[in-house]
Ligand binder design. Structure first.
Ligand SMILES: O=C(O)CCC(=O)C(=O)O
Ligand SMILES: [Fe+2]
Length: 196
């Protein structure tokens, strides 16, 4: 069996369950309560049907600029800060630095993705927004949905599907091609950190 670190190095993606990541069940509960309170304007582009609650915006967002969208804004900064205090605590960031083999990990952008029935995220890699991103951290906040799997193109002929449940954390290398499949029913909520 490969360790999570080895899987991340070899395949560019790994799904971590409770106990294998730094967030306690209580922190996950607090995160979902806070994220639910965020205003949620739409995502960019026709292939991205979702609501996005902005928590931390990156002044560099190439994909957004190329598509002619105005810079993103954090609409509820007090709630956003409470979310960051949990998800990007010193302890959590030290954990991710060790996992990623970096001296330090910095959150450059953070958002909550809200996908309802019929919503999806089209194929992309996270370098399209900023080539400085190293890894994306996707925290699952809901169980009550069908469809909505995280799709990862590991190699041209190796595509994987990951179900990111409440309390799971998926890590993906920023250069990895990925998408979120159409949500068939229910609501899929995830908290995503883009790190460098
Ligand atoms: O919500 C997710 O599972 C990841 C969505 C995504 O790829 C992104 O926001 O860049
Ligand atoms: Fe992404």
């Amino acid at each position: 069996m490969s360790s999570p670190k080895e899987l991340l190095r070899d395949e560019g993606v790994v799904l971590l369950r409770e106990g294998d990541h730094p967030y306690s069940p209580e922190e996950i509960n607090d995160l979902i309560a806070l994220c639910q309170k965020l205003p949620r304007p739409g995502g960019i582009g026709q292939e991205n049907r979702l609501g996005v609650g902005r928590i931390l915006v990156d002044p560099v967002d190439i994909a957004r600029g190329e598509r002619g969208y105005a810079p993103a804004t954090v609409e509820a900064p007090e709630i956003a800060q409470l979310i960051l205090d949990i998800v990007a605590s010193e302890r959590a960031m030290a954990y991710w630095a060790d996992c990623f083999g970096q001296e330090e990990v910095i959150v450059r952008r953070a958002q909550t993705n809200f996908l309802h029935q019929g919503d999806q995220v089209g194929w992309h890699d996270d370098h399209e927004a900023n080539p400085e991103y190293m890894f994306s951290i996707v925290v699952g906040l809901t169980d009550e949905y069908t469809g909505g799997e995280f799709l990862a193109q590991i190699t041209p002929d190796d595509q994987r599907r990951f179900r990111v449940n409440r309390g799971d954390v998926l890590i993906a290398r920023a250069a990895l091609q990925h998408a979120v499949d159409v949500v068939e029913s229910g609501q899929r909520i995830s908290l995503v950190l883009f790190t460098a």
